[in-house]
Design a protein around this ligand. Sequence first.
Ligand code: SIN
Ligand code: FE2
Length: 216
Amino acid sequence: MNVNDLFGTPEPGERERMGPCAFVLRGFALPYVDALLPAIAGIEARSPFRHMVTPGGFTMSVALTNCGELGWITNRRGYSYSDLDPDNGQPWPVMPEVFARLAREAALAAGFNGFVPDACLVNRYEPGSRLSLHQDKNERDFSAPIVSVSLGMTATFLFGGNERTDKASKVALYHGDVAVWGGEDRLRYHGVMPLKGAPHPLLGNQRINFTFRKAA
Ligand code: SIN
Ligand code: FE2
């Protein structure tokens, strides 16, 4: 059972601890939403969402794009960061100022000062889309945290341990929530259960997540 089933939907402004250096900042992105949505549309216009193939040959159920100096990609050769969008050979769209500001402020609220991301992976989930347990470890140095913003439909986030087989806790992530993990929690396994439930009033039948990283 999820803790939210017992205590109801969390209040914006709450900071929930997932680990010693891992938090969910409830509703932290809500004041940014009006600026984020047109910025996402601008990114999508230049580098559309697409379903990439994993090294194992599976097509991801999550569609992705990127903005910033570097973008996370996957193909049959592996996972990596690229400065070019492989679909059009162009640099990824510039990271909008509002994205960078949100990432910096959220990191600070979780105890990480001076976070300057150079990569932002934008994921789009539709009902049924899922992300299996993984570590974010393609970045060059792990001293910077991961900052992950949720918009749209509610997701069940899985936050595990440092081993794939460690038990994962389930955390409901709502529209406007920001999860931050770094320090000793930086390499925790995490994933997302198949998306289900009610459409979101603003975004309809989808969830948009963006994760900021310091990749280079
Ligand atoms: C990710 O791990 O890249 C995304 C996590 C999420 O969608 O909440
Ligand atoms: Fe991840």
